[in-house]
Design a binder for this molecule. Structure first.
Ligand code: EPZ
Length: 426
């Protein structure tokens, strides 16, 4: 397993271009299975999760290439809608394939994706949505088999604005007969991107970005070429890293409007932020101020995917901050690791009480999940001394060579990969 060795204490400075959004690319790659022919998707970053999704598509018979940041798919040879359990287990987002494959083939077999480090990750809203569209859904142990000669439009209400369930139902409804409405839909920018992609192929979807989405079923779609939006979570991660190291960083190819809640919080800590079109500038030289209360909630509120990262900045703030995590029940696993670096954080149920300290100290820590791992990298950059972050594969799921990306801003990070007989070399 790779490790990252970080020499902390150096402010980040310089300019960086943000990668395409993982959480937009994954459903868009799945949605490509709705159409027969060649589809090209630009601005797709090289990530472990993208690799897994492309391997699943290849396993189903689709031709898939990923050169530089462009994915080219040929779905005309797609011949199966049975997703192998081993591949499902590698990445729970393969659940996004349910809707498109059911719509295209009239049947799909998947397996319970299971939970992960951050929570149980149920899929009941996905399944109830497909049943509402007329699918027969049989759950046999971990295997789930869905049938539908032709899906029929329906009125669907989500008990919780689930991102994945909203996307799965949207994709299933595109070729259904008649009108589908999804109320209490998730409003994330990645859902808007999915609507734009599908409508580029001839779908008739309206309302993404609001809590009510309507989909008029169409007979078929036409292949297209599409560019994915920038990754707002990677953008936010770099912004927090700039603030935590008291640096000056310019971020290009961003969507500032996707980060309103983070920008508001960073300004409350005293960080200077300027926005000009797709450019965000972040700078500070002072110790951050505490923020009395931050609550993670569905978009456009503060995103759960930036909770662990902002906690590092608050761990260095002057005062006490309170962070409440309302989306995932297991998303405080980074707290123990930050405490090993000198952070003073107490967790009580889904709230973390963060008493800022004047500095963090380098230590050997372990990434437990994608965003917790990114937070530990930020902590290592801000800490005095050397930090070793282990289990880096979690981070590689969502960040394209994070050490190279931050290295461009002056970060002193080296990746060590084990070779046979267990030596490690840079
Ligand atoms: C998406 O996951 C993102 N992943 C997550 O990003 C993100 O944290 C999450 O949305 C929330 O914003 C992708 O887009 C690939 P949900 P998803 O369905 O769709 C419960 C990252 O770091 N729920 O909105 O799985 C669920 O248990 C990842 O990039 C049900 O109860 O999120 C959770 O508590 C991590 N039943 C809450 O909803 C369901 O059927 C949010 O889940 C579905 C979800």
């Amino acid at each position: 397993m790779d490790k990252l060795v970080i020499e902390g204490g150096k402010p980040l400075s310089g300019t960086i271009v943000i990668q395409g959004a993982k959480n937009a690319a994954l459903p868009i790659l799945a949605a490509s299975m709705l159409v027969e022919g060649k589809v090209t998707i630009d601005h797709v970053p090289k990530l472990l999760d993208i690799d897994v999704m492309l391997n699943i598509l290849r396993e189903l018979g689709c031709r898939a290439e990923h050169e530089d940041e462009t994915v080219t798919l040929d779905t005309s040879s797609l011949h199966s809608s049975h997703i192998p359990e081993a591949l499902m287990r590698q990445m729970r987002s393969s659940i996004f394939l349910m809707g498109p494959l059911l719509a295209r083939f009239g049947e799909v077999t998947i397996y319970q994706p299971g939970g992960c480090a951050i929570g149980e990750r149920k899929i009941d809203l996905h399944l109830s949505g497909l049943r509402a569209l007329g699918a027969q859904v049989d759950e046999e142990d971990s295997r789930i088999v869905c049938y539908a000669k032709r899906l029929k439009g329906a009125e669907i209400h989500l008990d919780f604005p689930s991102v994945g369930a909203t996307e799965n139902i949207m994709m299933a409804a595109v070729l259904a007969e008649g009108l589908t409405t999804i109320s209490n839909a998730a409003r994330e920018p990645e859902i808007q991107d999915l609507q734009h992609f599908l409508n580029s192929m001839g779908a008739k979807i309206f309302g993404a970005g609001t809590d009510t989405i309507t989909i008029e079923g169409v007979e078929k779609l036409t292949p297209c070429r599409y560019q994915v939006i920038p990754d707002r979570i990677v953008t936010g991660t770099v912004m927090v890293a700039a603030a935590a190291t008291r640096g000056q960083v310019t971020l290009l190819n961003t969507c500032p409007s996707h980060l309103t809640s983070l920008i508001h919080v960073l300004r409350r800590t005293g960080v200077q932020i300027t926005v000009d079109d797709d450019i965000i500038k972040v700078g500070t030289a002072a110790r951050p101020k505490a923020v009395d209360r931050i609550v993670t909630s569905p978009y456009p509120a503060f995103p759960t995917d930036l909770q662990s990262q902002i906690m590092v900045l608050l761990a260095l703030a002057d005062g006490v901050s309170v962070m409440k995590e309302t989306i995932f029940e297991g998303r405080f696993k980074h707290v123990d690791e930050l405490s090993r670096m000198g952070a003073d954080i107490r967790v009580d149920l889904n709230s973390a009480f963060i008493r800022g300290v004047s500095r963090l100290y380098g230590a050997t820590v372990e990434a437990t999940d994608l965003r917790a791992g990114a937070a530990l990298v930020i902590a290592g950059l801000a800490a005095q001394g050397k930090t070793v972050v282990e289990q880096v594969h979690h981070i590689d799921r969502g960040y394209d060579r994070i050490e190279t990306m931050l290295g461009r801003l002056g970060a002193r990070i080296t990746r060590y990969s084990p070779v046979p007989n267990n030596q490690i070399v840079p």
